[in-house]
Design a protein around this ligand. Structure first.
Ligand code: IPE
Ligand code: IPE
Ligand code: MG
Length: 257
C-alpha cells in the first residue's frame, strides 16, 4: 500500500462530541487527548515518519477564557505525560506556531520535550499551537526580506550607494526580483523549513475547510474528511483514511503515463 510520509490532522469536534453526551467541552478535549495517543501509536505502527496535529489556532484565543486555560493545561500535561513514551519510541517532538504569545509554563514544557527528544528518528511529531497559516506566510515573507537586506555583501552595496536614491531604488528592485527573492528563500524562512509538506490532511467532524492550517504546505496535499468527531476517531478510521489515500492518483499537474 502506498502510504503518506506526512499526515497532518485537523482534530475537530471535541466540543460537539461532549455536548451530545451531556458533558462539558473540557471533557471533550480530554477525550480528544486520548485519540492523540492512538494516532501516534498508529503512525508508529505504519512507520509514518511525520505527523502534524493542529491543536490550537490563533483564532482559538477568541473562545471563553476558561476553555482556553483548560486547553493550555491539557497541552502541558499531555507533553509531560507522553515524554517517556516519546523517548522510548524514538519520537522527535516539535512545535509549529507563534511561540511568542504562549504562556510561559506551556513554552517551558514544550521546549523541554523538544530538547529531550531531539535525537528521535522514527516519528517527527509536530504540534501546531497558536498556529495560523496566514501568520506563517507573513513571517516567512518578512524573514526572507530581512535575509536579503542583512546579507553582508548586500549591506555593503547598500552602504556604497546610500546617497544615490535612483541607484538605491534600482538595487532594491533587483534584490527583490524573482531571481533573488525565490521560492527556495521563501520556503527556507517558514517556521519548520525541513518539514516536508503533508501528503495527507485529515479533518474530523464533518467540516470541509482548512481553518488557516498549513496554507502553502497544503498546495498538493490529499484531503480526507470524516463525519466522526475527534474523540471517536479510531484505528479503523485511521486505516480507512490510509486506504483512501492509497487509491488517490497524485499527478502534480502532469498526465498519467
Ligand atoms: C477541536 O474541537 C479542538 C480545538 C479547536 C482546540 P472543537 O473544540 O473545535 O470542537 P467543536 O468544533 O466545537 O465540536
Ligand atoms: C480548527 O478547528 C483548529 C483546530 C483544530 C485546532 P476550529 O473548530 O477552531 O475551526 P472552525 O472555527 O470551525 O473553522
Ligand atoms: Mg471545532
Amino acid at each position: 500500500m502506498n502510504l503518506p510520509k506526512h499526515i497532518a490532522i485537523i482534530m475537530d469536534g471535541n466540543g460537539r462530541w461532549a455536548t451530545e453526551k451531556g458533558l462539558s467541552r473540557s471533557e471533550g478535549h480530554l477525550a480528544g487527548a486520548k485519540t492523540v495517543e492512538l494516532v501516534i501509536k498508529e503512525c508508529l505502527h505504519y512507520n509514518i515518519p511525520h505527523l502534524s496535529l493542529y491543536a490550537f489556532s490563533t483564532e482559538n484565543w477568541n473562545r471563553p477564557k476558561e476553555e482556553v486555560n483548560y486547553l493550555f493545561e491539557l497541552f502541558c500535561e499531555f507533553v509531560a505525560k507522553e515524554l517517556s513514551l516519546m523517548q522510548e519510541e524514538s519520537i522527535r517532538f516539535s512545535m509549529v506556531g507563534d511561540k511568542s504569545k504562549l504562556p510561559e509554563s506551556t513554552l517551558e514544557a514544550l521546549e523541554n520535550a523538544i530538547q529531550q527528544t531531539q535525537h528521535g528518528n522514527k516519528l517527527e511529531l509536530t504540534l501546531a499551537l497558536n498556529y495560523s497559516g496566514t501568520q506563517e506566510l507573513l513571517y516567512a515573507s518578512r524573514q526572507s526580506a530581512i535575509k536579503l537586506l542583512t546579507n553582508p555583501q548586500n549591506l555593503q552595496e547598500i552602504q556604497n550607494i546610500a546617497q544615490n536614491t535612483s541607484a538605491l531604488a534600482q538595487y532594491f528592485t533587483t534584490l527583490f526580483s524573482e531571481e533573488n527573492y525565490t521560492e527556495e528563500l521563501f520556503r527556507s524562512s517558514l517556521y519548520l523549513p525541513n518539514l516536508p509538506d503533508p501528503d495527507l490532511i485529515i479533518r474530523t467532524s464533518g467540516e470541509l475547510r482548512l481553518s488557516n492550517f498549513y496554507l502553502i504546505q497544503a498546495a498538493y496535499s490529499e484531503f480526507y474528511f470524516t463525519q466522526t468527531y475527534w474523540p471517536d476517531f479510531s484505528e479503523q478510521d485511521f486505516a480507512q483514511a490510509l486506504q483512501a489515500y492509497s487509491q488517490r492518483k497524485r499527478r502534480f499537474g502532469k498526465i498519467e503515463k
